[in-house]
Design a binder for this molecule. Structure first.
Ligand SMILES: Cc1cc2nc3c(=O)[nH]c(=O)nc-3n(C[C@H](O)[C@H](O)[C@H](O)COP(=O)(O)O)c2cc1C
Length: 225
């Protein structure tokens, strides 16, 4: 059976913790990842995570992944890195089949470019390909508040078949810290891509929640006392 193939775009919005966690999860799944990082994303990676990468390169160790997950270094590696200005990359063509694409986090700039059909870089082009081929495209925007232009761009993409999955974590079912919030969003992304995961507890009705809340209260009480 062929391995699943996913395209992952990382753009220069706040929320690099989501991107790093997503790559961690995907690199442990039996799938191929085609990764593209926008120019500004390198800058945000540095300011938010202290991760300094040479532009247009990808060092898995710098983001805490093992080097053997990158195909450039190991033939069995699952991460194939593409430069953001490389329109000759496989993922720029609809004839290269994939099982979906996610842009996480997704800037309003990239969202606007996709909504307008502008292919200014490889991330925009791969997203355009996913829409035209009617394949799964998941965008994880990070901005607040949204302007009417942002909302209209999102509506346009949703009408064209894209999934808008805002980085809006829930705080039920035991999510009580940033790690839990990040896992919640990455879990929802994986759900959209059809990847089995237990990154977060799932809602199973109010009765279970009451029980869960009770145990959490007990735990906090223990810690405070
Ligand atoms: C530190 C930093 C944080 C940013 N955060 C956001 C953000 O949360 N959302 C957003 O839409 N743009 C944000 N921007 C602005 C985008 O990076 C900028 O519009 C850029 O041109 C987007 O290019 P890209 O989509 O190709 O990455 C941020 C920029 C910097 C430097």
């Amino acid at each position: 059976m062929c391995k699943k193939k996913f395209v992952v775009g990382i753009t220069g919005a706040s929320g690099m913790a989501y991107a790093v966690r997503l790559l961690e999860v995907l690199s442990t799944c039996d799938c191929d990842v085609h990764l593209v990082v926008s120019d500004t994303a390198y800058r945000v990676l540095e300011s938010e995570r202290g991760i300094s990468l040479p532009k247009q390169e990808f060092n898995p160790r710098a983001i805490g992944l093992s080097a053997n997950c990158v195909s450039e270094f190991f033939p069995s590696g699952c991460i194939h890195f593409h430069r953001c200005d490389d329109f000759t990359a496989s993922i720029a063509s609809g004839s290269f089949r994939t099982d979906g694409m996610v842009i996480c986090p997704c800037t309003m700039g990239t969202l606007g470019a996709i909504a307008s059909g502008l292919s200014l870089n490889l991330i925009h082009r791969a997203a355009e390909v996913h829409l035209k081929e009617h394949r799964r495209l998941v965008l994880v925007p990070r901005e607040t508040p949204y302007s009417l232009i942002h909302l209209e761009n999102m509506t346009r993409i949703a009408r064209a078949g894209g999934v808008i999955l805002p980085a809006s974590p829930a705080f039920y079912k035991g999510v009580k810290d940033l790690e839990g919030a990040v896992n919640f969003i990455v879990s929802r992304i994986c759900d959209q891509l059809g990847i089995e995961n237990n990154l977060t507890k799932r809602w199973a009705g109010p009765d279970e929640v009451e029980e869960e809340d009770y145990s959490l209260q007990e735990k906090s009480y223990e810690m405070v006392g």
